[in-house]
Design a protein around this ligand. Structure first.
Ligand code: AKG
Ligand code: FE2
Length: 351
């Protein structure tokens, strides 16, 4: 079916001269092997990806395929659980928990000072670092630092283990890329280390019904940008993610088995004074089967002040934003937080 997508977002950035439309594939092997020049060549490719596209793929990233396969299985199992197990886990003010089909979400827009609400024709579950109830931040009641909301273990055996294991592997993957980010942005190689000592992260898992089962005006995930510093998404056997190029055309992300799709979000765009892009993307599941996805959003330490990256401002190009922490940004982003409404009366349409 032909899904019409209105161009409601303001242009990401003026199309730069020498715009790059291809989503690059960066082979991390030379960087990971520590070969001479490996870091520099990967960083140069990353710089183009960040400044001109906002999306790239990585291969030879080091996350075992078995970890990814096992997590996809666990995700599928979670969404097959009955509603009476999932609904008590409704997403809370920490952005942790379950959102049923057709929940409203705040989403950032291309205007970094704006956000809007969208409805997603998907169900999702969000988790963060698996903090114990007696973690000092939990005891202190810090927002976005709360225990995860798990289904009872007997209802979903192994689910928690799989999610926590995958999240830790992706935290390590994301952090391993930071020296490349620093080099790509003309900063000392260890520049980001302190900012990511105990980084915030969110793992979102989603189930997207087939587009053919949805209403005319619905789609899995409407166009949006991410809030994150970096989003990591493993290769999906079921296509559906589309990226808006700077010329306005929507393109499918390249299907490269074993890869991760990586994109930058609004926090990196903001921190880098618009040098890095945060590119709109959407999900439309036109395949004949359901689609499961597990994007991982990596961010800085909760209270790290993101003042302009020193290489991203000059006398002619002063910082355009207020320095902000993750906690402040997310508090603004979720100011009009309301608990998602359980849509139990709305029958799930399965054809
Ligand atoms: O499902 C996907 O492939 C990507 C999802 C996404 O863009 C998001 O959750 O922000
Ligand atoms: Fe996204």
């Amino acid at each position: 079916m032909n899904v019409q997508v209105k161009e409601y977002l303001t242009p990401v950035q003026a199309v730069q001269t020498g715009a790059v439309y291809e989503i690059p594939v960066i082979d991390l092997a030379p960087f990971r092997a520590g070969t001479s020049g490996g870091m520099e060549s990967c960083a140069a490719q990353l710089r183009t990806a960040l400044e001109k596209v906002g999306f790239y793929l990585i291969v030879n990233h080091g996350v075992p395929q078995a970890t990814i396969d096992r997590t996809y299985e666990a995700v599928r199992g979670f969404f097959a659980l009955p509603e009476d197990v999932k609904l008590p886990l409704l997403k809370n003010q920490h952005n942790i928990g379950y959102t049923p089909m057709r929940s409203l979400y705040n989403r950032p827009t291309s205007d970094l000072n704006a956000k809007r609400q969208v409805t997603a024709a998907a169900e999702s579950f969000f988790m963060k670092a698996d903090l114990a109830p007696d973690h000092p931040d939990v005891l202190a009641g810090k927002r976005f630092r709360a225990p995860n909301q798990w289904p009872p273990e007997p209802s979903a055996p192994g689910f928690r283990d799989a999610m926590v294991g995958y999240a830790r592997a992706l935290e390590a993957l994301g952090k391993s890329l930071l020296p490349l980010y620093a080099t790509a942005l003309d900063l000392p190689v260890d520049w980001f280390d302190q900012a990511f000592v105990d980084p915030m992260y969110t793992l979102r898992i989603s189930r997207y019904p087939r587009q053919a089962t949805l209403g005319e005006r619905e789609q899995g995930l409407p166009p949006h940008t991410d809030t994150s510093f970096m989003t990591l998404l493993p290769y999906n056997r079921v296509q559906g993610l589309q990226v808006r190029r700077t010329d306005g055309r929507w393109v499918d992300v390249p299907a490269v088995p074993g890869s991760f799709v990586v994109n930058s979000g609004n926090m990196l765009r903001r921190w880098s004074n618009n040098r890095c892009m945060s590119t709109p993307h959407q999900v439309v599941n036109l395949s004949p089967e359901e689609r499961y996805a597990m994007p991982f959003f990596l961010d800085v330490n909760r209270d790290w002040v993101m003042d302009c990256l020193p290489s991203c401002k000059s006398d002619d190009n002063p910082f355009q934003y207020e320095p902000m922490t993750y906690a402040e940004y997310m508090a603004w982003y979720t100011t009009d937080y309301t608990a998602p409404k359980p849509l139990t009366r709305l029958r799930r349409i399965e054809l």
